[in-house]
Design a protein around this ligand. Structure first.
Ligand SMILES: Nc1ncnc2c1ncn2[C@@H]1O[C@H](COP(=O)(O)OP(=O)(O)OP(=O)(O)O)[C@@H](O)[C@H]1O
Length: 675
């Protein structure tokens, strides 16, 4: 059998995608060497799994295409010269080389599709160039004003916390970011904290705990991002990414006003849902901060999707804005950057005008993008490495912080552009969700066990069995009750928003699609249970009042994007329509027949939940191990929960997942620090 026949057989058995086989077939028109045809197919197959390229050294001959040993070896028998190394086979190939129309590039031991190689090179080049553009102005006055101690905010928290088990040290460590504990007179601090009758009296802490004993990573992030043309602010849930970027924008606007320069600032996210959440959270952060009205008014609140910003051209991969037609903006903030894949990042960077600043926000530990690449994680590989001596000296001079231990001798401009927010303001030390997320993120199974031993109120672990399946369905019925009781005929925009927000209160997440514990099985069971208890009224039609659906394909014309959630309700003419909150915060409804591909969403996959948060999250992991189960998946699922988390799982399976990290093959990390 020829190599192509073997690959066709694999495609027919669904071991590889038809696309992978067709690509190999296409390459065979230009290259007859079976080894190269096999590598072509493998590159396409790995791209489908999110890898930007294949690592030639890392090819496992015992498990090509994840096949078993026998079948994998059988494939290799089709390659006559298999004793030659992959690189030497590639060296003489007619389809390998850097310039188009050649299909592949072999570089640094990796094999790329030419297009992906070009994307990676361009992203690395542009990020390095942007990172190198920096100034070091004296920002100390502005920073001190933006980050002055807010005793008015602190006093009510103190009044509550000092009622039970109060520890002055933990309190100031948390709220005043104290890092040099040894130098503080704790008896005096305790005296102030225990006896203060109002916020004013807390000012005694100014001299007892000077700034030099503290380290506020949010302040440091603003300093870094305000002075560079590229920066990343990464942090877990509730670490203050939105709060920090709002202060950063205030500072940039203030500087712009001083220079009589009006800044055009754009806020974007990869999905409509994430953009809507950014719109909401920026407005919330602005409301909480004490900013001059002249500055606050200039901070935009409307976020949009990256696709809309770039300008989609129907039926084309290219966007309206590109290198030759750059975007009209001075500052671009991209939220949920972990969801941005390599091709989209390349197109966004290409369309950025040369003078613009780019600020990426996101959680580097979350699942990588659905499509190829792990751009944010690759950049953030350097986030804990430290800063250059110049950067440390300058940051210390404007913040008073002692940053000597954060000095890295090999630091490049990329290191100096990264900021990691390390403290969650949403979850305190007693919160189970925060502790569990931390244990999973560190892959520490002992810590994972002790989180459960500590019996936190906000997390519950349920075994996965037929009996617990029923309690899961009951939990869903109760969880979805609230929004269902609000469903009305002809909802006003406010009604629709309130119903959509109530729907966001509770969500079932699962790791897989098929089977009883997959999205499809769960959706059917929950729908049935809601019909049986008359929470929904459903006839033969799949459309009923209260049906929640999720869009699964972008429709730029309608402004609906993969991941957007809508609720079906009757309009004034008793026709079913599906109501959505759009990226700009407005409500729009559509006839079901007009919608792009969608599915019922009483349960959704953890992948689809990225960019969303729910008050009460229920996460289900399957009974048997499955390759989709990784640390990033479990961490992403856990961190969707804001207040309550129930996990249905087999603990052995969950622990195995926590030990498995997603490693996407790419060359970006190395390119970012190359001169
Ligand atoms: N320095 C701080 N001191 C006290 N509270 C803070 C601080 N920074 C942020 N918060 C509060 O913590 C909460 C989370 O902040 P924010 O929304 O900025 O975080 P985030 O990282 O953007 O969250 P998400 O995980 O939702 O993306 C908000 O209620 C915010 O007001």
């Amino acid at each position: 059998m020829s190599i192509l026949q073997c690959l066709k057989e694999l495609a027919n058995e669904n071991q590889i995608r038809q696309l992978d086989y067709q690509f190999a077939r296409f390459i065979s028109n230009y290259e007859s060497e079976p080894a190269i045809i096999l590598l072509a197919c493998l590159t396409s197959y790995q791209l489908g799994k999110g890898h930007v390229c294949i690592d030639l050294q890392g090819i496992d001959s015992n498990a090509l295409f994840d096949l078993n040993l026998t079948r994998s070896h059988l494939l290799l028998t089709e390659i006559s010269n298999r004793n030659e190394s992959w690189p030497s086979l590639l060296a003489n190939s007619a389809v390998v080389g850097e310039s188009a129309p050649l299909q592949f590039v072999a570089e640094a031991g990796k094999l790329y599709l030419q297009r992906y190689w070009a994307y990676e090179l361009q992203v690395a080049q542009q990020l390095k160039n942007l990172a190198k553009q920096s100034q070091q102005p004296d920002l100390s006055t502005s920073l001190n004003r933006l980050f002055k101690r807010d005793y008015g905010f602190l006093f009510p928290i103190l009044a509550k916390e000092r009622e039970v088990n109060f520890s002055a040290q933990s309190f100031v460590a948390k709220y005043l970011d104290v890092v040099k504990k040894g130098r503080i007179s704790w008896s005096d601090v305790e005296q102030v904290l225990l006896t203060a009758k109002n916020a004013q009296e807390l000012h005694a802490l100014d001299s007892l705990i000077p700034e030099a004993y503290c380290l506020n990573w949010q302040k440091l992030s603003v300093a870094v991002a305000a002075t560079r043309h590229f920066s990343v602010i990464s942090g877990g849930p509730g670490t203050g990414k939105t709060t920090t970027v709002t202060k950063l924008l205030a500072l940039l606007i203030e500087q712009g006003l001083l220079a009589q320069q009006a800044l055009t600032i754009k806020l974007v996210a990869p999905t409509g849902k994430a953009a809507a959440r950014l719109t909401e959270s920026i407005a919330g952060a602005k409301g909480k901060l004490d900013l001059p009205v002249s500055v606050a008014d200039l901070i935009p609140e409307q976020a949009g999707t990256i696709h809309r910003l770039l300008g989609v051209i129907p039926n084309r991969q290219a966007f309206r804005h590109n290198k030759d037609n750059p975007l009209h903006l001075d500052v671009l903030v991209v939220d949920e950057a972990s969801m941005v894949d390599l091709p989209l990042m390349a197109k966004l960077l290409a369309a950025l005008p040369p003078h613009a600043r780019l600020i990426l926000l996101g959680d580097k530990d979350q699942l990588a993008s659905v499509e190829a690449g792990s751009v944010l994680a690759d950049i953030c590989a350097y986030a804990t490495k430290g800063y250059s001596t110049g950067q440390v000296n300058w940051l210390s001079s404007i913040t008073d912080y002692d940053l000597n231990q954060y000095q890295a001798t090999d630091a490049t401009a990329i290191y100096d552009s990264l900021c990691l927010l390390r403290k969650s303001y949403r979850f305190d030390a007693e919160s189970g969700i925060g502790c569990l997320a931390g244990a999973v993120n560190r892959g520490d199974l002992n810590e994972f066990d002790s989180v459960w031993e500590n019996q936190h109120d906000d997390i519950n672990l349920h075994p996965l069995s037929t009996e617990t399946y029923d309690s899961l369905i009951t939990m869903a019925k109760t969880g979805y009750q609230d929004y269902l009781t609000k469903v009305v005929v002809s909802p006003s925009d406010e009604d629709a928003k309130s119903i959509l927000r109530s729907f966001n209160d509770f969500q079932i997440l699962t790791a897989i699609r098929e089977g009883d514990f997959g999205v499809e099985g769960l959706n059917q069971r929950i729908e049935k249970a809601l019909v049986a208890t008359r929470k929904i009224r459903k006839d033969q039609s799949e459309w009923y009042a209260g049906r929640p659906i999720m869009i699964t394909n972008n429709d730029h014309g309608l402004g609906l994007y993969n991941g957007d959630i809508g609720i079906c309700m009757q309009d004034e003419d008793r026709r079913m329509r599906v109501y959505f909150e759009m990226a700009d915060g407005n409500v729009q409804s559509f006839l079901p027949s007009r919608l792009p591909p969608h599915q019922t969403v009483f349960a959704m996959t953890i992948h689809k939940s990225q960019g969303s948060e729910f008050r009460h999250t229920v996460m289900i992991l399957p009974n048997r191990f499955n390759p989709v189960l990784t640390r990033e998946l479990v961490y992403t699922g856990i961190t969707r929960a804001k207040e309550q988390l129930d996990i249905f799982t087999n603990v052995t399976v969950m622990k195995k997942a926590i030990k498995l990290r997603t490693e996407r093959v790419s060359g970006l990390m190395a390119l970012l620090i190359q001169d």
